[in-house]
Design a protein around this ligand. Sequence first.
Ligand code: SAH
Length: 194
Amino acid sequence: MENIFWKAAYCILFLAWFGTRGYYGTKAVKNKAKEKVRPGFELFLVGLNFIGMTVLPLLAVFTPFLDSYAIPVPDPVRFIFLLIFALNIWLFVLAHRDLGKNWSAILEIKEGHNLVRAGIYKRIRHPMYAHFWIWVIAQGIILANGLVLVFGVIAWGLLYFLRVPREEEMLLKEFGDEYRNYMNETGRVIPRFW
Ligand code: SAH
């Protein structure tokens, strides 16, 4: 299939994704933080991921600069990942909806923060981070671009592995046994059903 098809499909889904973050994110940022954990470092990681999930894919779509990183991906594979990419936006919506005003781009405890254990959070502690794993893999395959794929996965992997232990430590400190019990009932990014 023509490259323009993949680029257009990617752009439409990117807009839906960006809109979801904008809609829920602006509501959540109005809720002030009472405690921030290493905000400077977290912002740096978020910046790296903005490059990986927004700047590079859009450069690949709208400019020829990244054309030399094109990789051969068969159309059926691109199509399967396009479907996964679209469904994955639903996961993003559910996570944002259920986390509500407790959401933040960096690690923080909000005023009146409550521990969410229901909805999409019932069996999985980090549904939004599961979403981002799927996102960084799928975007590189749909756009068939090696740089988008590798940079996206590395930037996300850095944030994921450097953040999650700190995030859980912070929530354990804030919620104590409630979070400890919650950890026993859930998986990190793979749902626990047993
Ligand atoms: N790691 C979660 C949330 C990402 S947003 C996910 O992947 O879905 C990051 C913020 O969410 C952190 O600052 C933390 O305070 C908050 N958070 C994480 N898990 C939470 C939960 N179960 N209930 C309430 N807030 C949570």
